[in-house]
Design a protein around this ligand. Structure first.
Ligand code: XUL
Ligand code: CO
Length: 433
């Protein structure tokens, strides 16, 4: 045991009336909601990078956190892992997620990076066996080091493509060794700053080829998890090739991979793309590529990726409504890709940020389940489209412009506008929260 979280004991469910800051009010892991326990519905995961690797910097200042594991040695990396697993246990979090660069110090070259990642993977494996905590997904950090400044797969330099492919292989190997349920590819710097120096067609083709290699390696190794792409519109590059769910689907179709790869949708990225989170979730469901979620919220005024913990229950309700609507998570889950603010220095801040996030998600899930079970929202939606269920409505889609014109003329079809009832539906949703 380290003494980082000294005095903080395991967080338990105490119900909505509890006055204890260190207790869950909504998240009751064993309570059944929509046919499964909340633990199995929500499948919470802790993001290693934000909670343990991020130093607290912003564009105007550097490190604010003073963590005993900040340093470049393998001993520091192991202390970081020790503290992380202590936090997973305090929170009762069933999963975690990591990038290679979060868990091992940067080496001199690929060989040293790989040796260090292997050593840390073995260290993690032992901890996972001891605690029962599992890996939701692994991924490669192909964006922080300066070698990736012009992209990884989309880099103009083939050596960077090679280094990236080799690194992805090692991260997939680590994910497989740890029984990971998914492997994630977030585009990082796969995009461009200016067309003046960019061959967009070539870069997209390189990214498509890299993705095909990832899928091939999945089959070669027998990895049973899901390959996920995480869309994001800007930040770091001005034009990202994986802008949003629709763009990723077009990309997958282009390279024939729409049956092989799904999406990990992040709330903050949806907002940056000018969408609501539920729009992205619903579209992924309709396209058959819904996989997993990164759960945070973005500030609605500041316009960059602030990665804050979710606290807004009405937003969570609409999000988990879409998750339930999609049939719930299969290999996916709820990964807190969220960081405490740079002034939140205390170990307790780290714990309580997650407690609040888990409670907000749980409250949203419960409201969403009530809404789905009650069926009023779906009934209203069905009623709005009822005309398409009639024989005439169905026949229309099999017809052609000439026949339709003749029919509209002969039957004097003269549509009368009907209310969309938006406010009534918004009022209805609030009744479940
Ligand atoms: C970046 C982001 C990443 C991915 C994993 O905005 O969300 O942390 O989730 O690389
Ligand atoms: Co993310």
């Amino acid at each position: 045991m380290t003494d980082f979280f000294k005095g903080i004991t395991a967080i338990r469910y105490e119900g909505p009336d509890s006055d204890n800051e260190f207790a869950f009010r909504a998240y009751n892991p064993t309570e059944v909601v929509a046919g499964k326990t909340m633990k199995d519905q929500l499948r919470f995961a802790i993001a290693f990078w934000h909670s343990f690797a991020w130093p607290g910097g912003d564009p105007f200042g550097g490190q604010t956190f003073d963590r005993p594991w900040f340093g470049d040695s393998m001993d520091h990396a192991k202390l970081k892992a020790d503290v992380a697993f202590e936090m997973f246990e305090i929170l009762g979090a069933p999963y975690f997620c990591f990038h290679d660069a979060d868990v091992r110090p940067e080496g001199r070259d690929f060989r040293e990076n790989t040796a260090r990642l292997r050593e840390m993977t073995d260290y993690f494996q032992k901890k996972m066996e001891d605690t029962g905590v599992r890996l939701l997904w692994g991924t490669a950090n192909l964006f922080s080091h300066r070698r990736f400044m012009a992209g990884a797969a989309t880099n103009p330099d083939p050596d960077v493509f090679a280094f990236s492919a080799a690194t992805i292989k090692t991260c997939m190997d680590a994910t497989i060794q740890l029984g990971g349920e998914n492997y994630v590819l977030w585009g990082g710097r796969e995009g461009y700053e200016t067309l003046l120096n960019t061959d967009m067609g070539r870069e997209r083709a390189q990214a498509g080829r890299m993705l095909q290699m990832v899928v091939d390696y999945k089959y070669k190794t027998g990895f049973e998890g899901t390959i996920l792409i995480e869309p994001k519109p800007q930040e770091p590059t001005k034009h990202q090739y994986d802008y949003d769910v629709a763009t990723v689907y077009g990309f997958l179709k282009d390279f024939g991979l729409e049956g092989e790869v799904k999406v990990n949708i992040e709330q903050g990225h949806a907002i940056l793309a000018g969408h609501s989170f539920e729009h992205e979730l619903a579209l992924a469901r309709e396209l058959g590529i819904f996989g997993s979620i990164d759960m945070n919220k973005n500030d609605y005024q500041s316009g960059w990726d602030t990665d804050q913990f979710p606290t807004n229950v009405p937003e969570m309700t609409l999000a988990y409504y879409e998750v339930l609507h999609a049939g719930g998570f299969k290999t996916g889950g709820t990964n807190f890709d969220a960081k405490v603010r740079r002034q939140s220095l205390d170990p307790a801040d780290l714990i309580l940020a997650h407690v609040g996030g888990m409670d907000a998600c749980a409250a949203g899930l419960k409201a969403a389940a009530k809404m789905l079970e009650d069926g009023k929202l779906e009934a209203a939606r069905s009623q709005r489209y009822a005309g398409w269920e009639t024989a005439a409505g169905k026949a229309l889609l099999q017809s052609d412009l000439g026949s339709i014109a003749a029919k509209v003329d002969s039957e004097n079809i003269n549509p009368q506008p009907r209310s969309g009832r938006q406010e009534r539906l918004e009022n209805l949703v609030n009744r479940y929260i």
